[in-house]
Design a protein around this ligand. Sequence first.
Ligand code: NDP
Ligand code: 8X3
Length: 252
Amino acid sequence: MNNKTALITGASSGIGLATAKTFAENGINLILCGRRQDRLERLKNDLKSKVFIHLLNFDVRDREAVFNAFDSLPDAFKRIDILINNAGNAHGLDSIDEGDIDDWDMMMDINVKGLLYVTKAVLPQMTKRKEGHIINIGSTAGKEVYPNGNVYCASKHAVDALNQGMRIDLNKFGIRVGAINPGMVKTEFSDVRFKGDSERADNVYRGFQPLSPNDISEIIYFVVSRPQHVNIADLVVMSTAQASSTIVNKEL
Ligand code: NDP
Ligand code: 8X3
């Protein structure tokens, strides 16, 4: 994997941060993206002895900022071999009749439109080279719908559809496209969903062993390190205790 460069959105926390560390351990140069620049700087300091790192600071909802960020890339980082479309979150967990429209906007704007903007910005150099690998971080919420998950599930079903659509349309360029759809992973995801209510967030993962961000980053590395002719198109991964979005065995 030497001399490869990966761009990771949402590298300041959780799955994206773990992926940055795993990729750095394996010699993949990094473009790390997120809004919290202080966290990105810290991560760069931790990893800069291993690989070359460039930081991009933008909100994926801001279309102009996304394209400006990519235009600003130094020559050494203009070739992006691997795109990890990871930035995203749930906002709220409410019945559809009680949902907050601002939460709905955030989920659709970040998880769906943001992913599209970043992909659009990264693609030209991949289509030109007829080479590249895109990993979309979906969710079990993109494979099934659970009570009060409504709009978050819709946003992840959209990621599932886009993953298939990208794979079909980019096939002519030889670009690999695949999704990794995790079940419950202990990150800042639930803190964000419950707007800082840490007790409610912790409760989501109480009584069983959820996945860790590192469990997912190791799988992402496995996927991107397959030989060129192998594309892992769609992968669902849950903790052993979880059987579906609503069935979790707390007796294990
Ligand atoms: P975290 O909350 O820990 O991380 C989310 C990341 O997304 C942060 O780095 C955050 O960076 C970034 N992000 C959020 N909003 C924006 C924005 N508007 N612009 C740019 N970056 C943004 O959660 P996870 O690591 O768990 O989530 C990563 C992905 O995994 C998401 O797509 C999520 O839906 C998916 N997922 C998570 C699961 C889980 O159980 N945790 C299970 C299945 C899928 P910053 O705030 O600095 O901008
Ligand atoms: C995150 C997993 O089950 O909280 O995508 O929706 S879940």
